[in-house]
Write a protein that binds this ligand. Structure first.
Ligand SMILES: [Zn+2]
Length: 268
């Protein structure tokens, strides 16, 4: 699978570890080259250090996490709470997409508890959509590159959208075999663990991730630990039924029949 490339794009350093890292590890095991990008720097994630110190600490931690995941690290593009749907961020993100040429893109849910997450999702969808549009200029400048890409959305925090409605996955990925590495990668974000340990009790950071993956495992009725995904509509991206993760992950990928039933065309 020399052409197989996947990129995970989260809003903040540690979002990939919470929602996507198990799947990214399994794709790597399946022969994919993997990439890791947090759009925002994480500079607001401390009450102990100022923004520039926090930015530097979190960049070092994210690099360590990407190394544990065996993924190529990409630097952040802006600061926390400044993830806006702007031409500038689209141009930067589209340059990464044109460089990396992924066939699988993992990113946030379009609906999530925090605007940085939802805005990251919008930026990712558009920058992937623009991959082959030569009149859209990227920063730095990169030639347009055509190719099928499938975009997968992770589950929102708390498995609910911003209006409290439950969100169910279109597919489950069995992350049980990589749970230890996923935990190690999350633990690399030491400053965040310290911050939450102090405010919420020992290891709450790691426990929250474990709880989410167990909840999704239970929801799958099959796996102990799982991550959930919803596949973006194919238009402008790939063939209608393209689902490269199903192909790559085999028995570790379970389509959620309940979700698929809801997609059925009532006119047949
Ligand atoms: Zn976040």
């Amino acid at each position: 699978m020399t052409n197989s490339v996947a990129i995970a794009i989260g809003a903040h350093p540690d979002d990939i570890e919470f929602h996507m890292a198990g799947t990214l590890l399994l794709l790597k095991h399946a022969g994919f080259a993997t990439h890791y990008l947090s759009v925002a720097s994480g500079n607001c994630g401390s009450t102990e250090y100022n923004a520039s110190t926090t930015r530097a600490i979190r960049s070092t931690e994210a690099r360590a996490a990407a190394k544990i995941l065996g993924a190529v690290f990409h630097a952040s593009l802006c600061d926390d709470l400044e993830v806006f749907y702007t031409a500038g961020l689209l141009r930067s993100l589209a340059a990464v997409i044109r460089d990396v040429k992924p066939v699988v893109v993992l990113t946030h849910s379009p609906q999530d508890y925090m605007e940085d997450h939802a805005n990251t999702c919008r930026l990712v969808v558009t920058s992937v959509f623009a991959r082959a549009m030569s009149n859209f200029k990227t920063t730095p400048s990169r030639p347009a590159s055509n190719g099928a890409v499938t975009v997968y959305h992770a589950m929102p925090q708390g498995l609910r959208d911003g209006l409290r409605r439950r969100v169910i996955p279109g597919a489950f990925v069995n992350t049980t075999s990589v749970q230890t590495a996923k935990r190690e990668a999350l633990a690399a974000h030491k400053s965040q663990q310290h911050w939450l340990d102090v405010s919420q009790g020992l290891n709450s950071y790691l426990l929250a991730m474990e709880e989410m993956s167990r909840d999704l495992g239970r929801l799958s009725r099959k796996f102990q630990h799982a991550e959930g995904w919803r596949r973006h509509l194919h238009l402008g991206f790939c063939a209608p039924e393209a689902d490269p993760m199903a192909k790559a992950l085999g028995a570790k990928y379970l389509v959620n029949a309940a979700y698929e039933r809801d997609l059925e065309d009532p006119l047949g």
